[in-house]
Design a protein around this ligand. Structure first.
Ligand SMILES: Nc1ncnc2c1ncn2[C@@H]1O[C@H](COP(=O)(O)OP(=O)(O)OP(=O)(O)O)[C@@H](O)[C@H]1O
Ligand SMILES: [Mg+2]
Length: 256
């Protein structure tokens, strides 16, 4: 069973989709690099036994803004689990990379206290099918309330105006889940991964469309306090109208 850290002011961003190779680690590393570049002290918590993000951190050049790494997939005999998983006090944004397969218990634990959950999806029919199962598990097993507006999809290696993209859009529209960015298929992501950097740390003229999408995601992530406020207001309005209906009903019965 996984244990994840709790802290009130921690912006915990979970990237998950049990489908292998859909771009979880790519998103985690590129978002971490973007946060580090803007001085927003990120940390990466790597729950994937493959250790892809941990290896990326090891490759990271020393002259770039550093990113704290937590190898959550490793069990240490020398330290307690909570010591091993401690998040530095100065960390504002915690990016959680998840493994390709995940039990229901771990899904609940991983997403607990998350301010945002991102599901990267590739555009093939098989991937869309797997993503719909993943989203169903998030809604039904992890009990993520769609009205909380913390769940979003990132379409990865995708071209807009294709049939598969339209299919993905229709499916997510029917669930009320936003696609917040569309990342193109680009060797820039592969090169960045090899060098331990994010696309935002590459030559700007080469990577502009890629960085734009990463920035769009960060913009959505940063708006989590506003999203939470809106969700609370919607819930309060719903509760109010339920209460009003109950009062009306009582009044009708009372006057009958
Ligand atoms: N937009 C993209 N364009 C080109 N290559 C990409 C893109 N996104 C990811 N890749 C490449 O696809 C491969 C799989 O991506 P990644 O490792 O991020 O997926 P993952 O979901 O973390 O996989 P796993 O489930 O195995 O952990 C990597 O080689 C990565 O560099
Ligand atoms: Mg990965």
């Amino acid at each position: 069973m996984l244990i994840t850290p709790r802290r009130d002011n921690l912006n915990k961003i979970v990237i998950l989709n049990p489908k292998g190779g859909c771009g979880k680690s790519t998103l985690v590393t590129n978002l971490a690099a973007k946060y580090a570049q803007s001085g927003k002290t990120p940390a990466i918590m790597d729950y994937d036994p493959q250790g892809s993000t941990t290896a990326w951190l090891e490759r990271r050049p020393a002259d770039l803004p550093q990113i704290h790494g937590i190898t959550a997939f490793k069990k240490s005999m020398q330290a307690t689990r909570s010591w091993q998983l401690r998040v530095p006090n100065e960390t504002v944004n915690l990016l959680v990379d998840s493994p390709a397969s995940i039990s229901h218990d771990n899904l609940r634990e991983l997403t607990r206290d998350a301010t945002s959950i991102l599901v990267p999806v590739l555009p093939s029919s098989m991937d869309i099918h797997a993503a719909s199962r993943c989203i169903a598990d998030l809604l039904l097993v992890a009990k993520i309330d769609r009205n909380d507006k913390k769940l979003a999809v990132v379409a990865n290696r995708t071209r807009k105006h294709t049939k598969s993209f339209a299919k993905l859009m229709r499916f997510l529209d029917s669930l009320g889940i936003p696609i917040i960015a569309v990342m193109r298929d680009s060797q820039n992501f592969v090169h960045a991964a090899e060098e331990g950097i994010g696309v935002c740390e590459m030559q700007p003229s080469r990577v502009r469309p890629d960085v734009e999408q990463i920035e769009k995601i960060v913009q959505w992530l940063e708006a989590w306090p506003e999203r939470r406020k809106i969700a609370k207001a919607i819930k309060a309005r719903k509760n109010q109208s339920v209460a009003q209906r109950a009062i009306l009903k009582r009044a009708q019965f009372g006057s009958a």
